[in-house]
Design a protein around this ligand. Structure first.
Ligand code: PAF
Length: 283
């Protein structure tokens, strides 16, 4: 694996690949890699000749009271994991290269509407940070394809919209959630959970599955399904941020006519915010 730390070195490496007419895939990450990230890499290998993983803890997507400082930086372990899955290039830039005018004073990309709801409502400015860094990474790599996990369902929708709105010539591929044997969706933030909280966190997935099955079985009272799910989470000791059942493609409130839905949960265990979701196709 080639490791590059500057945009200049990245572009030098990629120009040789482009000259050889090879397709390039980008897997953007903030490091602290887990099997979910590695699944993005192995899926990327099916879509392109060369896979670039970016590793950058992007300050602009963290709110003032969020975990930027304590976000785990595990570069050496991440390198070993990426090498084990035969990643071609690791791009691990420093902040001055990415935000040469300072992260607060640079141009931002804002996707209206989709970013005002769900995690966007709870974490103001978060998605502006995400779309800005992702647009920058798309520009730096000029990748043919980029891969994102479905765990961050809203992030995926926001990035797809940005790509459409800005006519960015890149194919966005989504990769299903990778779960621990307990059902807990893999996330870098799971590392903040105590052993007891980790056991408790596994309760989210069965709640998603039960609601999915109820909808498939014809129970169509979305409000009461949502309220029951929120109550179950509260009863188990979560502090619920939101539970929503929405139209899958537009993230708008689902009506009885909609067939393609997504149920999304954000809930805190202690100070750790967990998100998860499930898609639902009604007969
Ligand atoms: O999903 C993430 O890890 C981050 O939001 C991303 C896409 C790497 C941008 O910093």
């Amino acid at each position: 694996m080639q490791i590059v730390h500057t945009i200049k070195d990245l572009q030098l490496a990629l120009s040789l690949i482009r000259q050889a007419k090879q397709a390039i895939a980008l897997v953007p990450t903030m490091g602290n890699l887990h099997p979910g990230h590695l699944q993005l890499v192995t899926t990327a290998q099916q879509h392109a000749d060369t896979v670039v993983v970016s590793l950058f803890v992007n300050p602009t997507q963290f709110g003032a009271n969020e975990d930027l400082d304590k976000y785990p930086r595990t570069l050496q372990a991440d390198i070993e994991k990426l090498e084990a899955v035969h990643t071609d290039i690791l791009f691990a830039p420093n902040i001055a290269d990415i935000y040469p005018h300072g992260s607060e004073h640079s141009t931002h990309v804002h996707v209206p509407g989709l970013t005002d709801i769900l995690c966007g409502a709870s974490r103001p400015g978060h998605f502006d940070g995400v779309t800005t860094i992702v647009a920058k990474l798309f520009n730096m790599t000029r990748a043919d394809v980029a891969l994102f996990g479905e765990k961050d369902f809203q992030q995926l929708a926001v990035i797809r919209r940005m790509v459409d709105d800005l006519n960015i010539p890149i194919n966005i591929v989504s990769v299903p959630i990778v779960r621990e044997p307990s059902g807990l969706a893999m996330s870098s933030r799971n590392g903040y959970l105590s052993a007891q909280q980790r056991q408790l966190a596994a309760a989210i997935h069965p709640i998603l599955l039960t609601t999915q099955q109820a909808l498939i079985d014809g129970f169509s009272d979305i409000d009461s399904l949502r309220d029951n799910a929120a109550k179950s989470l509260n009863d188990k000791g979560f502090r619920v941020d939101y539970v929503h059942i929405l139209q899958r493609d537009h993230l708008k409130p689902a009506t009885k006519k909609d067939k393609e839905l997504v149920m999304l949960i954000a809930a805190y265990l202690g100070s750790t915010r967990l998100i998860d979701n499930i898609t639902i196709s009604l007969p």
